[in-house]
Every structure is written in C-alpha cells, then in structure tokens.
Design a protein around this ligand. Structure first.
Ligand SMILES: *Cc1c(COP(=O)(O)O)cnc(C)c1O
Length: 262
C-alpha cells in the first residue's frame, strides 16, 4: 500500500486492477498519438515508484516504442525501479525498430520481459506464458507467487508450439497482410487509426464507439469499444481474409446508418 506504479493512461487494464487490489497508487501518463510517452513517464518517478509498465505493442492502441526510445528511457530510470516490458504481441511485430529486448537485460538488470502463448501461438485456454528477468528478481517472484505453477499439459503444448516456428511465421505474414488490407480500407473510408503492430487495429469511427459496437454486433461482428480516453475509437482484431472483408462491409453499412439516420 502506498507504493507507486506508472503506466500509460490507455493500456492493458490488468496492471491497474492488480495495483488497486494491492493498495498501490497508479500514476497514469497520457499516451501521445496512441504511443507511450516515455520521457513523461520518467518525469513522474518518485522515491515511492516500484514498477513502470511498458506495453509494447500497446494494447489497445497497437503502437510500439523503438529500441532507441527504450534505451534512452532505461538510461533515465533509477536502478530501484523495475521496468516491465509486456511483449504479449512480440511475435507479430515486423517493424525493424522494435527492441531486441532480451539483449538489453545485461545492461539493465531492472528489466523484466513478459511473453505469452495466448496470442500468436493460439494457446490462450491453456493459460501459459513466461517472464524473463534477473535471477534475483525471478527468485523473489517465486517466493510470492501461488505454489502451483502451470499445468503439465500446457507445458507440453507450449514446448511443441515453440518448435513450430513455421506456423508462427505464417501467422505473422497473414496478420501483416490483414493489417495492410484493413488500413487501406480505412484510408478509403477516410477513417484515421493508430499504426498497428499487434494483431488488432484501433480506429476512430467518428461516432460513439459503443454505438458502432452495438450495430456491428447485430451484423455478427464483435469489436471492442469503450476506451475512456478514446470514446470514438473501436479496436478490431485482424481475422482471415474473409473475416476482414466481412468486417469492412459491415462497418461501411453501420457508418452509413449512423451518419444518415432515417
Ligand atoms: C493477452 C495479453 C496478456 C497475457 O495474457 P495471458 O493470456 O494471461 O497470457 C498480457 N498483456 C497483454 C497486453 C495482453 O494483451
């Protein structure tokens, strides 16, 4: 209780929820154009700061911070503050400026990296992921985590999934094609969006996102609305070619309906 933790004002909600459960204070730093404001996060560090969360790519905006931006930031963060890089969408990223984060751990022992089998590997229901950190940090986590770890079946599946990098490459490629298609369609419709680096795109539908969500739902398309900082945006997951086309068709109809009411 009373410890401070720093995160973006629109990021993965679990960080704040868990900080609240522990009685910690969440300091939320506004994103700039959907992107982490790393210098702004450095500015709010105090003696009470324990953890800074950097979700990269950021969920829900999909933006990334580059290796050079991350390094400049890590150079400014005092050693007593842990920096947690949440790389749940790591395997989807194709941008060459994306950090090779594991290599940075030698220089910055306060860095912890989180990855998961829930996203590109498609094993969300098996509940397995991993963290990478200094031995001392992992040892401390082991002392406070619940005594039973991941299940045996999940571990077998995760090891098999790691071996199948052909599948991962295929998913990354199809996802990149999907992003290109959807972004071209948004351009055609005159909608602005954040540059997507995960398997989802956040787009400004220029109407209440919750309203567009309901209308899309009635056409069988489920997207995510309701972002406090971006009420006119929805987040849509990249699907198959057929699904992406169906989404664009439905969105076009919905926007026509809301923009020209009967
Ligand atoms: C999905 C996700 C996770 C991890 O999910 P698990 O299924 O619990 O492994 C972590 N961070 C972000 C940003 C995510 O989107």
């Amino acid at each position: 209780p009373g410890d401070e933790t720093i995160m973006a004002d629109q990021t993965f909600s679990v960080y704040k929820t868990n900080a609240n459960i522990e009685g910690a204070v969440s300091i939320e730093v506004p994103l700039i154009n959907g992107k982490h404001d790393l210098p702004g996060m450095v500015n709010v560090i105090t003696d009470k700061t324990k953890i800074i969360w950097v979700c990269n790519p950021n969920n829900p905006t999909g933006t990334i911070v580059s290796e050079s931006e991350l390094v400049s930031f890590l150079d400014e963060v005092p050693a007593h503050v842990m920096v947690v890089l949440d790389e749940a969408y790591y395997e989807y990223v194709t941008d060459a400026s994306y950090p090779a984060s594991i290599k940075l751990m030698e220089r910055y022992p306060n860095l912890v990296i989180l990855r998961t089998f829930s996203k590109i590997y498609g094993l969300a229901a098996l509940r397995i992921g991993y963290g990478i950190g200094q031995q001392e940090v992992i040892s401390l986590i082991n002392r406070v985590r619940e005594p039973f770890n991941t299940g045996r079946l999940a571990q077998v599946a995760a090891k098999a999934a790691l071996k199948d990098q052909e599948f991962v490459a295929k998913c990354r490629q199809r996802n990149a094609e999907g992003i290109t298609y959807i972004q071209q369609q948004f351009d055609r419709l005159g909608l602005s969006y954040f540059p997507a680096n995960g398997n989802f795109i956040m787009v400004d539908v220029q109407n209440p996102g919750t309203e567009v969500f309901k209308l899309l739902l009635s056409k069988g398309i489920i997207v995510r609305p309701g972002f406090e900082v971006y009420p006119s945006y929805i987040r849509v997951t990249v699907g198959s070619e057929e699904q992406n086309k169906a989404f664009i068709g439905a969105l076009e109809q919905v926007l026509h309906e809301v923009n020209s009411p009967a």
